[in-house]
Design a protein around this ligand. Sequence first.
Ligand code: NCD
Length: 311
Amino acid sequence: MKRKDLLGLRDVPAEEITRILDTAARFREVSRRRIKKVPTLRGRTVVSAFFENSTRTKLSFDLAAKRLSADTVGFSASSSSTKKGETLMDTARNIAAMAPDLVILRHGCAGAAHMLARGFDFSVINAGDGINEHPTQALLDMLTMRDHLGSLEGRTVAIVGDVIHSRVARSNIYGLPTMGARVLLAGPGTMCRPELARPGVEVRHRIDDVLEEADVIMMLRIQRERLDRAMLPSSREYSHLYGLDAKKLARASDKVLVMHPGPINRGVEMSPEVADGPRSVIMEQVTNGVAVRMALLFLLLDGGEDEHAQA
Ligand code: NCD
């Protein structure tokens, strides 16, 4: 792969997404071995810089880099010098001075990863920039969908909840139509606005308007940390109108896939019986996350020219 960075899915063509997903599918096997390690990225340095909280994404990138034998170091928000007043660019200059090959960045500001990618020679993977994009999450979502549905072409994916503040939704809104899928959005008017519509993406509002047609239902967490209080009357009302419980799920196809990027607020956007139920593929999403991140580290750092080197 010729690109230096992965900042978002907005401009990534279908062939490239397919290449990433195919490579990820091959890497899955490494995580099933007793010795979960291949020498592919030996001697390469990967820095993870997480300025916002994360459990899954950080662990997943760390494991992906280690399973490819890269040297990994990193810090998270609470332990960084940002707390002492250092700017992102100054932190980045210091990271650059230590010669990393790739930086994984999560940051509260939209565009932070783009700024780093423009300013420095190291590769950058955007692990979530404010409300903008979270491309590796959308890629692992697509890999999970592809496992169950074969192709994404002609499939319908309903995304429900706090769409406007969700970088996961935004990356899927860009990536899914590129792969030929149709996206239906539903959520309260304050969180699911008409301007989100684009070719392949329809805004519908009520959950009942999207359930029947969906091959996949992706539920989102309310992004309380990014929310104006006025946007939400109460969690109980939200849950009643937009939460996915067994009763609402019964209106969807009996083959529908239920997804969630995590962390779940059980009882708000999703009932425990649905989250842990037979239609849920949420843990598969997490497993696929490691493989997708291995694929991206490999393709960005190695170019993927010698596909056999990974075995
Ligand atoms: C998401 C995020 O951080 O954007 N989580 C994740 O990376 N799996 C979604 C969320 O926080 O709701």
